[in-house]
Design a protein around this ligand. Structure first.
Ligand code: FES
Ligand code: FES
Length: 153
């Protein structure tokens, strides 16, 4: 039995300890924001936060989440839109959208560490892959989210 807090709610689940967290979320808990892209920690589509840090959940054993806080894109705003989600909508970032939950989670984690990141810092932190090529819109949206978090309306 593995127990953790998912998006603010305590969950207990009986799964093999080495099952990747991504599949526990998607298959066992029906949380579909985190996406499967590569399965080898390369694309970032599966990014979630564990105790506030971004992790690639396809390559993170569910057992390692025991006793921790897991947050997916569904819980990021705690019932309202997070500044990053707001900025993403304002800047019309998504194209197909498949990679976007991972980018949003990576961006939210970056802004906690670096409230005003430069383009270079965004590129260094957001190593996720977008097949649609939304990278410049993502940079724009991260700057906008930084401004919102800094008090801009
Ligand atoms: S699916 Fe996890 S990094 Fe690509
Ligand atoms: S928006 Fe389509 S893969 Fe990124």
């Amino acid at each position: 039995m593995i127990a953790f807090v998912l998006n603010g709610e305590r969950r207990e689940i009986d799964v093999p300890a080495d099952k990747p967290l991504l599949w526990v979320l998607r298959e066992d808990l029906a949380v579909l924001g985190p996406k499967f892209g590569c399965g080898v920690a390369a694309c970032g589509a599966c990014t979630v936060h564990v105790d506030g840090k971004p992790v690639r959940s396809c390559s993170f054993r569910a057992a390692a989440a025991a006793g921790k806080q897991v947050v997916t894109v569904e819980g990021l705003g705690e019932g309202r839109l997070h500044a990053v989600q707001r900025a993403w909508i304002e800047q019309q970032v998504p194209q197909c959208g498949y990679c976007q939950p991972g980018f949003i989670m990576a961006a939210a984690a970056l802004l906690k560490d670096k409230p005003r990141p430069t383009d270079a810092e965004i590129d260094d932190a957001l190593t996720n892959i977008c097949r649609c090529g939304t990278y410049s819109a993502i940079r724009r949206a991260v700057h906008r989210a930084a401004a919102i978090l800094g008090g801009a309306s």
